[in-house]
Design a protein around this ligand. Structure first.
Ligand code: AMP
Length: 371
């Protein structure tokens, strides 16, 4: 549901955990029914297949064995160049039913090496099971007995597969995509952290559109629109406005600025479902959140700041300590989880929010410059 960056490349969500799990279940079932009365030896080809192999054998309900090998290449002394060797086979394979577990088969070069290596091991039968298969690029005349999911010839990462070492730890599969053009920043922090002040400065510095959902709501309340009337009762108490209302409003604001170089989202997302909706919405445009930049300020300092602001801001939710406490409660119970949400995508950047306005802009800029 989002775009990730690994080294210099961008990848978008392609296959969900659920789709992968269904494919693995079905592979396990097929192999189990073909291996009745046998104890197959599964051999996972490292590194990519470790996750597939682990999930696969948990779905395989009859007796079986598993082992792992690595196909290592070393420079041969002969003119033929690279020679491949399997590292890690200790079992006696004679007379066994061996099922190779591959994460992905594309050209079939690795598969060919495997066939060549197993040729003289006197196995009873050698079968190949691959989680992913690229039929468009497969060039060999070799049998592949079991295929989980056939995919087009696009580079994928995640679920054990890597791009130059990175990406193996993602639970779903991501596909190579073009670089997003926008800088989209979620400016995060509890009420009173200084998001509004900083957003004003940053939008000029980076030529971005600043969307403050709180400001949009207040504008609508002032102009007595339908949206304003709806939001007012929640806002006055310091409660969050319902997600559907807020998400629709946010989308409308983004659509108003089609040529923007990017957005600073201030006060949005504030719940997990808003964050999910935002990811999905941006992904449909080939865009993504570049990062969440969070102003970290201790709560006691914030209450003081808000009461002080309430003297001049005219905001009813700034003037009463109970309402302020309720806003913190909303923040801690519904919004603070977003830190983890973005951390899981490697997109969380905490910034010390105590200091002068200029100092804090400088700290934020150091992070934003890396996006
Ligand atoms: P703010 O100006 O960001 O402090 O927001 C003021 C109030 O507007 C909040 O206490 C909520 O009642 C409402 N609000 C602003 N943004 C959102 C949001 N993303 N989701 C739900 N309610 C929001």
């Amino acid at each position: 549901m989002s775009i990730i960056k690994l080294h210099d490349k961008y990848f978008k969500t392609y296959l969900s955990e659920a789709k992968i799990a269904t494919a693995i279940k079905s592979l396990a079932k097929q192999i189990e029914s073909d291996c009745k009365n046998e104890i197959p030896l599964f051999i996972g080809i490292l590194n990519g297949s470790f996750m597939f192999a682990a999930d696969f054998i948990r779905q395989y309900k009859s007796d079986c064995e598993i082992s792992f090998v690595k196909l290592a290449s070393y420079q041969g002394t002969s003119s033929t160049g690279e020679i491949k060797q399997l590292v890690g086979i200790n079992e006696n394979l004679e007379g066994r039913t061996v099922v190779i577990l591959e994460d992905i088969i594309d050209t079939g070069n690795t598969l060919q090496e495997i066939y060549a290596i197993f040729k003289d091991k006197k196995v009873k039968q050698l079968k190949i099971a691959t989680l992913f298969f690229k039929p468009d690029v497969f060039k060999k005349e070799l049998p592949i007995d079991y295929v989980g999911i056939s995919i087009p010839d696009k580079f994928i990462v995640g679920y054990g597969l890597d791009y130059n070492g990175l990406g193996r730890n993602y639970k779903s599969i991501y596909q190579l995509t073009t670089q997003p053009k926008m800088k989209n920043i979620v400016l995060f922090g509890p009420p009173g952290a200084g998001k509004g002040t900083q957003a004003e400065l940053l939008k000029n510095k980076y030529n971005l559109i600043h969307i403050s959902t709180g400001d949009v709501f207040r504008y609508n309340i002032k102009n007595k629109t339908k949206l304003g009337m709806l939001a007012k009762s929640y806002m006055d108490k310091g409660d969050l406005v319902p997600d559907e209302v807020t998400i629709d409003m946010l989308k409308t604001e983004v659509e108003k600025n089609k040529d923007a170089k990017g957005f600073i989202f201030d006060g949005f997302p504030r719940t997990q479902s808003q964050a999910i909706a935002l990811d999905k919405f941006l992904e449909e445009k080939g865009e993504t959140i570049s990062g969440m930049v969070a102003l970290e300020v201790p709560e006691n300092l914030l209450v003081e700041r808000l009461l002080e602001r309430g003297k001049t801001s005219g905001r009813p939710d700034d003037q009463d300590e109970n309402k302020i406490r309720n806003r913190f409660n909303e923040y801690n119970t519904k919004t603070a989880v977003l830190k983890e949400f973005y951390q899981n995508q490697n997109k969380y950047f905490g910034v010390n929010g105590v200091g002068s306005i200029e100092e804090i802009t400088q700290r934020l800029s150091e992070v934003i410059d890396t996006f």
